[in-house]
Design a protein around this ligand. Structure first.
Ligand code: SME
Length: 174
């Protein structure tokens, strides 16, 4: 486990068929939970989660967290990929929409999303999942891909469940 996940290696910047992506997520789930077990620092968990997910889903071009640092402000947290924007207000972008509504945002074509923030011009689709504990928004998990429609409803559901399993622990220090 110290060397990473036990999954077949896949080339980055590829979009494998959906069944392959779903199988990888299923296989990765217990491994991710095992790596994070016992860690109570939320940023340590976020950093490790982002790094692990980076290897699970080869369609990712960006994978990481924006942390809530004010009533309506997010600041970038641990991530993998190209340079991300540093701050995002709740009224901007896909991340802001997820933070504001506390609802997952699955965007098949970011060019069709009014106000999308293009940190990377090559980004084409995006999935943002809120991290909410006891009704309080703590962060959002932001996933980007250079492929159109790279995140299915099934992946969104599995990832929502995984985020809950990894970040809803009451002992976590935020
Ligand atoms: N596209 C996001 C901004 C963050 S970057 O993609 C890393 C948005 O519209 O909120």
């Amino acid at each position: 486990m110290e060397r990473g996940l036990l999954l077949p290696p896949l080339s980055r910047a590829t979009l494998p068929p959906l069944p392959v992506r779903l199988e990888r997520l299923g296989d990765a789930r217990p491994q991710v939970l095992a790596v994070l077990e016992g860690e109570t620092d939320a940023i340590a968990r976020q950093a490790t989660f982002a790094r692990l997910l980076w290897d699970v889903l080869p369609q990712l071009s960006w994978c990481g967290f924006y942390r809530r640092v004010g009533p309506c402000t997010l600041a970038v947290g641990p991530y993998q990929g190209s340079l991300g924007c540093l701050r995002i207000d709740f009224d901007r972008g896909v991340c802001g929409a997820a933070a504001r509504t506390q609802r997952a945002q699955r965007v098949a074509d970011v060019r069709q999303f009014p106000g999308h923030i293009a940190c990377d011009d090559a980004a084409r689709s995006e999935l943002v999942l809120p991290v909410v504990t006891a009704g309080t928004l703590r962060a959002v998990l932001d996933l980007d891909s250079t492929f159109l429609d790279a995140f299915s409803e099934e992946e969104a559901a599995l990832l929502t469940e995984l985020v809950a399993a990894c970040f809803h622990a009451p002992e976590l220090v935020w």
